[in-house]
Write a protein of this length. Structure first.
Lengths: 350, 294
């Protein structure tokens, strides 16, 4: 079973690596690049919000800080276009993470709704700062980044694709590690019952803050990469309210707190959104469609795809096992078996 | 300070527009108090209310304030509909899901408005929007006073509804403890739906006053909802008194900042005050400290 999973993962990775070579049309690879950007950001977001249950709707702040850090560092150090800016990505992530420490500290003093609202407020503060601190951000005129002119149109998307894939894998690895560590168990305990977790000795404050900062790090890296991909940034692009909600929605769709849920959500939603933007003729149409999809997902699949499917699967397996058992009971009565089977079935979940 | 007059004027307009914000945020905080959900669509509903008045005026020459007699009932039923169709089916994790659902509704409203009326900025017009009168050295358009009076009138009605009617008792009981209210026989779903309707109708009324004092377009709701959220969190979620005090305080501070420093910073001050207050009082000015949920 474990071997099968590993083989499946390697096959999946091979598909991701082969994708831009098989579908090498720039229009397709552009959508693929965006999908990976959002997948990496959603996996990062999930490390905090999915595991702790605190819904942060202000992660565009760290995306924007990453984007501006990239632009400013390139300007300041006169980084030439090409592969060099990619090496700045860890630094942009760290800068975003550094901003996340005070913001997270303030926001995490509160819980539930108030927390959500404060994350939204930090988003608007930073958007206004991007407009108003002209001596740093150039206000609404925006900043431009080096453009790699010697990359041909066919080749242009490839470096971004693989760097985004690398960030996604790093985020996924971190998410996997957190999920399987004692630290991650502490986060899940906070999600289930924070006061009890505190009572049982989980140091909830630092636990939450560290997860918040880790998630900001990945979102910041994505921001830096996206800025270089776009080659210019403006306040409404770097600090975009839709980004806040889009990554949350992706994690919701796939399954909050699951390892692959956010990626699945991004794989479905980003191409859908790109497609809607392309086909929509009249203005506002894509907003309506996006909102309707959004509503349908939440009302029909409130738990997300992966948890719903794994529940169905476990139920199906349990019913199959129990029907086997009832026939087996006739020969050897061992009713404890069925209990063991059911609990192990539950353990498979996630 | 030669600008003392300007500051005085800023304080007066701050108090008057603060009344309008109190109207919009009281709907939001009322919905939160009863249903424990944050209605992110409140800003979009305010804008929708403003556009409804705009449409009535442009096509049928209905005066803005008279038009409220038509728009408020329409918006009330729209609120009922939203609650019944989209909020009520949420059973698990409704706190968080409701934020996403109402955000989706806000997006749909914005999309429909952009599609129908375009993204151009408009402003509501009436004789009292252009005409102004003089207090001291300072000219004040009538609309500020009318908007404030409208807010005072509607908030008084809300007060009477909450404290002098049987429905008000059920509503306040639901605010104090949803489960216990249900146990003593209050039809909590009915109370929730009507509360949502009232909140949305108040948004429509706020929309007229907002639309007459500001240029707006379908995307204006982001800015508006962020301010409203700041106000209700600052006042304490679910506290009407908090919403009133916070609205007026925020608007006065914002307007004074615009005069003595620069208009571009007035919104930032808004948010910085929020953060500063929450560091000291995480539950807001008048909020109850969050306890363990049963």
């Amino acid at each position: 079973m474990k071997l099968l999973k590993i083989i499946l993962l390697i096959a999946l990775l091979a598909v991701f690596i082969a994708f831009p070579f098989v579908f090498s049309d720039p229009a397709t690879t552009t959508i693929a690049v965006f999908t990976l950007f959002f997948a990496a950001a959603a996996v990062g977001w999930n490390i905090f919000s999915g595991y702790t249950g605190y819904i942060a709707l202000g992660h565009a702040v760290y995306f924007g800080i990453g984007a501006y850090a990239m632009a400013l560092l390139c300007q300041y150090w006169k980084i030439p276009a090409g592969y060099a800016p990619f090496f700045l990505l860890p630094l942009t992530g760290l800068i975003a993470a550094a901003f996340a420490v005070p913001f997270g500290w303030i926001a995490l003093r509160t819980r539930r709704h108030t927390f959500v609202v404060i994350t939204i407020a930090t988003f608007f503060i930073m958007q206004l700062m991007a407009y108003n601190l002209r001596f740093i951000t150039q206000g609404s005129a925006g900043l431009s980044l080096p453009i790699p002119f010697d990359w041909s149109a066919d080749f242009f998307n490839l470096p971004f694709y693989f760097v985004a894939l690398a960030i996604l894998l790093l985020a996924l690895g971190t998410s996997w590690w957190v999920r399987n560590s004692k630290y991650g168990l502490g986060l899940l305990a906070i999600r289930d019952d924070e006061d009890r977790a505190l009572g049982l000795g989980v140091n909830t404050g630092p636990f939450k803050l560290v997860a918040f900062v880790i998630s900001a790090f990945f979102v910041g890296m994505v921001g830096g990469l996206h800025a270089y991909f776009n080659s210019s940034i403006f306040p409404p692009f770097a600090f975009d309210a839709l980004f806040d909600v889009a990554i949350a929605l992706m994690a919701f769709l796939g399954g909050m707190g699951t390892l692959f849920g956010p990626i699945l959500g991004a794989l479905i939603l980003v191409p859908a959104q790109q497609y809607l933007t392309i086909i929509s003729q009249s203005s506002g149409y894509n907003l309506i469609m996006y909102g309707v999809i959004f509503l349908a997902i939440i009302l029909l699949l409130p738990e997300g795809i992966i948890p719903t499917l794994s529940k169905r699967w476990n139920k199906w397996k349990a019913s199959r096992n129990s029907s086997k058992l009832t026939s087996a009971i006739a020969t050897s009565p061992g009713s404890e078996d069925s209990i063991v089977v059911e609990s192990s079935g539950k353990g498979v979940e996630q | 300070m030669a600008n003392l007059n300007l500051i005085l004027g800023a304080v007066i307009t701050g108090i008057l527009t603060g009344g309008v914000y109190a109207l919009m945020s009281s709907g939001l905080t009322l919905i939160f108090g009863v249903m424990e959900i944050i209605n992110i669509a409140q800003g979009a509903l305010v804008i929708l209310g403003a556009y409804l008045s705009y449409w009535l005026q442009a096509n049928y020459h209905v005066d803005l304030l008279v038009g409220l007699l038509i728009t408020m009932p329409i918006m009330f039923f729209l609120g009922l509909l939203i609650e019944i169709v989209f909020i009520r089916p949420l059973k698990l994790n409704r706190t968080m899901l409701s934020i996403l659902v109402t955000f989706a509704i806000a997006m749909i409203i914005e999309g429909v408005l952009t599609n129908r009326v375009g993204a151009n900025y408009v402003e509501l017009n009436a004789w009292y929007v252009d005409a102004s009168f003089k207090i001291g050295n300072f000219y004040l358009p009538y609309i500020y006073v009318f908007g404030f009076l409208l807010s005072v009138f509607l908030l008084s009605c809300l007060y009477l509804l909450l404290y002098r009617t049987k429905f008000g008792y059920s509503l306040r009981a639901s605010m104090q403890n949803r489960t216990a209210a249900e146990l003593i026989g209050i039809d909590i779903e009915r109370v929730s739906a009507i509360t949502f309707g009232i909140g949305v109708a108040l948004a429509a009324a706020g929309g007229v006053a907002f639309g007459a004092t500001n240029l707006f377009n379908p995307a204006s709701h982001y800015d508006l909802i962020s301010r409203l959220l700041v106000i209700i969190v600052l006042g304490g979620l679910g506290s009407l008194r908090g919403a009133l005090v916070a609205s007026i305080a925020m608007l006065v501070i914002g307007d004074v900042t615009a005069v003595v420093w620069s208009p571009v910073w007035s919104s930032t001050i808004f948010f910085i005050i929020l953060v500063a207050v929450l560091v000291i009082r995480p539950q807001g000015l008048f909020g109850q400290p969050e306890g363990r949920k049963q």
